[in-house]
Design a protein around this ligand. Structure first.
Ligand SMILES: *Cc1c(COP(=O)(O)O)cnc(C)c1O
Length: 217
């Protein structure tokens, strides 16, 4: 299937209020143009260097989402260029974002990335460490947390649903806690192979790469 059929199928499949992020990592600008022409306006990249290339060479009215681990020394390159840093995964990174964004007098909108499967090789905050990072954000002047992003472990449909449900529970509990600079508006969960279960479990933002662009090389 081509990009057009892929997008039409996804948009038909999901509720209107779920936002689709087109994950364009490794994909050429010409494919991104097709996606743009079909109406999508949110693009996700996981590497700063590739994001910067596309930011310079895909000059359209789109919103950029940084979805990969962000090294502290690269924060300075993305200030004012991304709509949402979806991968806030440590207090160290939070401190750096606060510092760099305050120097530029720009607000950083972020999602807290949670390592729900407690996988060693994955980035993200463990459940028991969420509170301390939220307490730190309360002291920030330039960082807002708008919700949660999660990448779940590989597993069966039933296992996926459990992780999505767990993440949704955390998200909805935090909705009722009144932390300064924290609003739980966005729940970014679900990718090409599991967005159905993610949406069934309350996701309102899905990040789709291969499901739109086809296989990555
Ligand atoms: C690559 C990537 C995606 C998209 O994955 P697909 O399986 O190709 O849809 C989503 N989220 C993150 C964080 C990614 O790195």
């Amino acid at each position: 299937m081509g990009i057009e059929e892929n997008i039409k199928k996804i948009l038909k499949d999901i509720p209107e209020e779920v936002k689709v992020i087109a994950v364009s990592k490794t994909k050429p600008i010409e494919d991104m143009n097709k996606v743009y022409d079909l109406g999508l306006r949110d693009f996700g990249e996981n590497k700063v260097q590739e994001f910067l290339y596309k930011f310079e060479n895909f000059k359209k009215d789109v919103k950029w989402h940084l979805i990969g681990h962000l090294q502290t020394n690269k924060v300075k390159y993305i200030v004012g260029k991304v709509e949402l840093i979806q991968s806030l995964d440590s207090i160290k990174l939070l401190k750096e974002i606060e510092k760099v964004y305050s120097n530029h007098n720009v607000i950083a909108n972020t999602l807290l990335q949670i390592n729900i499967g407690r996988e060693q090789q994955k980035y993200g905050v463990l459940e028991e460490d969420i509170k301390s990072i939220l307490e730190y954000v309360e002291k920030c002047n330039f960082v807002k947390i708008k919700g949660i992003m999660v990448i779940i472990p590989k597993g069966t449909e039933a296992e996926n649903s459990l992780y999505f449900k767990k993440t949704h529970d955390i998200w909805s509990n935090l909705k009722f806690k009144k932390y300064k600079n924290v609003t739980m508006e966005i729940l970014s969960m679900g990718m090409s192979n599991d967005y159905h279960e993610a949406i069934k479990n309350g996701s309102n933002m899905i990040r789709v790469g291969t499901g739109i662009f086809g296989k990555r090389n």
